[in-house]
Design a protein around this ligand. Structure first.
Ligand code: AMP
Ligand code: ZN
Ligand code: FE
Ligand code: FE
Length: 281
């Protein structure tokens, strides 16, 4: 069976590949379908769709929203699939998120300057290249300028939750993210559940149940941070709550050592998504 990749980033957020080039890479990797899931923006989707059409790869427009976790550790990212059309609600959410990113970056730079690092907002804007500003852009600068040994080191010591230059951003309630995705005709999926850093299965199931009550449609089972046992675990969990499953590599171009298509996600997962979407209409 052919494989797909439903999680990747472009230069519209913190990936290094222009959205228009992803389709050709996907064809090269032997993928039959991909989704573009940039952080908090869909601006790359039109260009990605055109590239995919040319390459003969099926395209799903997507988004990955950074949401409030409700506790200090771990990320809560909600993926939206088939987000299209003209949803005022989704547009408002994206605008708010962009504003939050634009406001956070100078605060991070301030903290880095207090550490006597020579990093300016100009450097950051240049690194982001007009796309959504993300911490990986700042991490790359820290590495480039010799303040950190690696992207991971930059997050561990400076930009991550326990880092010296950490600034909180993720205030978007999951209920609002899910509502916006639905309003745009999409399906809402909990991204990389392992990154929630739940202390036990009870905390995980409580979190999933709460999201299901808010309208969650699926769980991301395949992800570069999930080994085979976790893929099985999240697939079983999804079954228990009658949720769809999705998966992807979380490809970021050269920003991360993860290849597009590396998670070998079976194409029939996309068939299930398409059926759910058709039933919704
Ligand atoms: P932001 O959107 O600014 O909150 O940054 C989130 C991005 O940073 C995501 O793409 C993550 O994969 C990446 N990220 C978060 N923590 C780390 C880490 N410890 N090492 C490398 N990348 C990370
Ligand atoms: Zn990212
Ligand atoms: Fe994520
Ligand atoms: Fe991602």
């Amino acid at each position: 069976m052919s494989t797909i990749d439903l999680h990747m980033h472009s230069t519209a957020s913190d990936g290094t590949t222009p959205p228009g080039e992803l389709g050709a890479l996907a064809a090269e990797a032997g993928l039959s379908a991909i989704a573009l899931t940039d952080h908090d923006t869909t601006v790359g989707c039109d260009a990605c769709a055109a590239g995919c059409e040319q390459a003969g790869v099926r395209f799903v427009p997507g988004i990955e929203m950074s949401c409030e976790r409700g506790k200090p550790a771990g990320a809560m990212h909600i993926l939206g699939y088939f987000v299209g059309g003209d949803s005022e609600l989704l547009r408002d959410v994206m605008t708010d998120q962009q504003k939050a990113r634009d406001e956070r970056a100078p605060l991070i730079v301030e903290k880095l300057n207090a550490l006597r690092f020579d990093i300016t907002m100009e450097h950051v804007l240049d690194a982001a290249g007009g796309g959504m500003i993300g911490r990986p852009h700042i991490a790359a600068l820290l590495v480039e300028r010799g303040y950190a040994r690696s992207i991971k080191d930059a997050f561990d010591r400076f930009l991550g939750k326990d880092g010296e230059a950490y600034v909180r951003k993720d205030y978007l309630p999951t209920a609002r993210a899910i509502e916006a995705i639905h309003d745009a005709g999409g399906l809402a999926v909990l991204a990389h559940p392992v990154q929630l850093r739940c202390e036990d299965d009870e905390e995980l199931t409580d979190t999933v149940r709460r999201l299901v009550d808010q309208g969650l449609d699926g769980l991301e089972a395949y992800h570069c941070d999930h080994d085979g046992a976790l893929v099985d675990f999240y697939t079983t969990l999804a079954g228990r709550y009658d949720l769809l499953t999705t998966g992807g590599s979380d490809f970021h171009g050269s920003r991360k050592p993860i290849a597009m298509g590396s998670q070998r996600v079976p194409a029939d997962l996309l068939d299930r998504l398409l059926e759910a979407r058709a039933a919704r209409r």
